[in-house]
Design a protein around this ligand. Structure first.
Ligand code: SME
Length: 164
């Protein structure tokens, strides 16, 4: 695996363009899902200096906290609840510029002000986990984040078939 992530670009899209191949390299040769999800969360978190970056894994009728970077977080989220449970229910990415205006938003931290949640599907097209990123600023996430994080989500979905 690569030993460090090197990002030289200034703008967001170029950072993602540099980061995604490095994430690919990072997970190549490692088949443990927890290890790879932990490193993916770390790579994104430290590239963009997000407030919270991590995964929630589907377990029966709820999401359970998975590998993440940032402050401690809620451990369980019900189907349809909060931004994460809504993304799971709707099977689509949710970009929330102001979490305080999102009905039912679950505030794991009062310091989080905007959020993006991307579902990751299994081979049967069911949501198997969600990718959740929080920012301390309002309006951090836009179509650029959605575009690249959905590419990453599709890669993770493929990789998960080989990971244990
Ligand atoms: N805000 C999320 C809960 C998870 S934390 O942000 C880490 C939600 O409303 O689902």
């Amino acid at each position: 695996m690569a030993e460090e992530i090197v990002i030289t670009s200034e703008d967001k899209a170029s950072k993602y363009e540099e980061l995604l191949p490095q994430i690919n390299a990072l997970v190549t040769g490692e088949t443990n899902a927890t290890a790879n999800l932990a490193n993916i969360a770390a790579a994104l978190h430290h590239t963009f200096h997000f407030f919270w970056t991590g995964f929630y894994l589907v377990d029966q009728n709820e999401l359970i906290l998975g590998p993440f970077q940032g402050p401690i977080a809620c451990t369980r989220i019900a189907f349809g609840k909060g931004v994460c449970g809504s993304s799971w229910e709707q099977k689509q990415t949710l970009v929330v510029p102001n979490v305080h205006e999102f009905p039912g938003h679950i505030a794991c931290s009062s310091d989080s002000n905007s959020e993006i949640v991307v579902p990751i599907l299994d081979k049967n097209n069911e949501v198997q986990m969600i990718f959740d990123i929080d920012s301390a600023q309002f309006g951090t996430f836009n179509e650029v984040d959605k575009h690249y994080l959905e590419i990453l989500a599709a890669s993770i979905s493929n990789w998960m078939n080989q990971w244990i």
